[in-house]
Ligand binder design. Structure first.
Ligand SMILES: Cc1cc2nc3c(=O)[nH]c(=O)nc-3n(C[C@H](O)[C@H](O)[C@H](O)COP(=O)(O)OP(=O)(O)OC[C@H]3O[C@@H](n4cnc5c(N)ncnc54)[C@H](O)[C@@H]3O)c2cc1C
Length: 391
């Protein structure tokens, strides 16, 4: 058993830590205030080679895997969850392509993500089908004019990076629309310029402002057979892509919690009340200690989950371990950001401090990519099936 990061991963962590302090921290509040896409973050990530962390070397990335991406996201989200989301988006839509795509699809779509010449987004959710994926109404029917081609119709919603993306991974029903079977759903790659595709509206959201979230409308969008990811009806394989995302979302939670605790600790060490600094009160110290324990527990769960995912261990029997990381780290982010507001008192509630932003940003994390309740369901199923068992 080895709990040390490799030399390579330590140097990645150190360099991203410097980049986060130099480039992300000074701009994080402004990005939240204006909601404008932080192209400077993207450029800094590109120049530092971070956009290709999870992309294999043969497709232009650095092959640092999910462990590498997790470490980088943890560092940048100490200051900005938008920055973490931008890095996450290098893996969410490319995951199905990497897991189930053809060699040609990988050659065509992955190098652009790694070198920053293209961006992509992920379209699974619909207004009536978030957790209940099988309830999706977007349909793919066979194109009568092109052999093996498909026509996509439907509306995807809450899609992160919808207006910035050059291509999309989109899920649609190819089987019986009323079927709830996973093999009734297929994943497609859809290029932004394809006729019939539009992004008519973006959401006004409470946090993680800077990367748009909004609708992708598909009206008779024609795609060829080469745009099918994996097999027709191969949704199960693409869903495995989501399992492998758990540590990456968890990293956004632990980074936020670490940033919030460090900030609040600094504050209580300087703030005076009753003739001393408030950090000298045992009640405050215990809150700091409890959060520190939880952060380290979440880091261990998250790093193990990242390691499992890099070993290709994201199939059913590993789901509880992956879900635990996402559940624990994102719930922790909510608690940590709440505690940070509390430790700063009125100051923490005001825009003068980043605590109010972290409080808003953290709320997203327990909802996206499988809510906390969905993760608990998956963990419970794992225990009931004895995938997670202790004898
Ligand atoms: C900022 C943001 C960005 C997003 N980005 C993307 C994106 O890029 N691509 C994309 O496809 N989607 C995206 N989403 C959508 C996200 O994945 C969904 O919001 C999520 O899957 C939950 O679905 P829902 O919102 O429809 O909630 P619902 O499924 O309606 O759930 C509502 C509540 O009911 C609970 N619930 C539901 N089912 C169960 C159950 N079986 N047992 C117990 N409780 C249950 C949920 O946990 C939740 O608390 C984004 C959402 C947000 C907020």
């Amino acid at each position: 058993m080895d709990f040390e990061l490799s030399d390579e991963m330590q140097s990645l962590r150190d360099s991203v830590r410097r980049l986060a302090v130099d480039k992300i921290k000074p701009r994080a509040r402004e990005v939240d205030r204006t909601g404008a896409y932080p192209q400077d973050f993207f450029d800094a990530f590109r120049d530092a080679g971070l956009l290709g962390l999870c992309i294999p070397e043969e497709f232009g990335g650095s092959g640092a895997g999910i462990v590498g991406l997790t470490i980088a996201i943890e560092e940048v989200t100490k200051y900005s969850n938008v920055a973490g989301l931008m890095l996450l988006l290098t893996r969410l839509p490319t995951g199905p392509v990497m897991i189930a795509g053809t060699e040609e699809q990988k050659r065509r779509y992955l190098p652009g993500i790694a070198d920053g010449t293209s961006k992509s987004a992920f379209g699974l959710s619909e207004s009536q089908a978030g957790s209940d994926v099988a309830g999706m109404r977007t349909r793919a029917t066979q194109d009568p004019n092109v052999e093996g081609g498909w026509l996509l119709n439907g509306t995807k919603c809450w899609m992160s990076g919808v207006r910035q993306a050059d291509w999309y991974t989109v899920f649609a029903k190819t089987g019986d629309p009323s079927s709830r079977a996973h093999d009734s759903i297929t994943a497609f790659i859809v290029d932004r310029g394809t006729p019939g595709l539009s992004t008519p509206r973006v959401d006004k959201k409470m946090g993680v402002r800077g990367v748009d979230t909004g609708e992708l409308v598909l009206e008779d969008v024609a795609v060829g057979p080469d745009n099918v990811i994996g097999e027709v009806g191969g949704f199960r394989l693409a869903m495995l892509g989501l399992n492998s995302m758990r540590p990456i979302v968890a990293a956004r939670g632990i980074g936020l919690a670490e940033g919030a605790l460090m900030y609040a600790t600094q504050y209580v060490s300087e703030r005076e009340a009753f003739g001393t600094t408030i950090s000298s009160f045992q009640g405050i110290q215990w809150e700091i200690a409890k959060l520190a324990v939880e952060i380290e527990a979440a880091r261990l769960l998250t790093y193990r989950a990242a390691w499992l995912a890099d070993q290709g261990k994201f199939t059913r029997e590993y789901v509880p371990y992956l879900s635990m990381a996402k559940y624990h780290a994102t719930e922790l982010a909510v608690r940590a950001s709440g505690l940070a507001v509390q430790l700063l008192g009125a100051a923490g509630y005001m825009e003068d401090h980043p605590t109010e932003q972290w409080y808003r940003d953290a709320r997203q994390l327990t909802i996206v990519e499988g809510t906390s309740q969905v993760q608990l369901g998956l963990i419970a199923r794992g225990v009931l099936n004895h995938d997670l068992w202790w004898d």
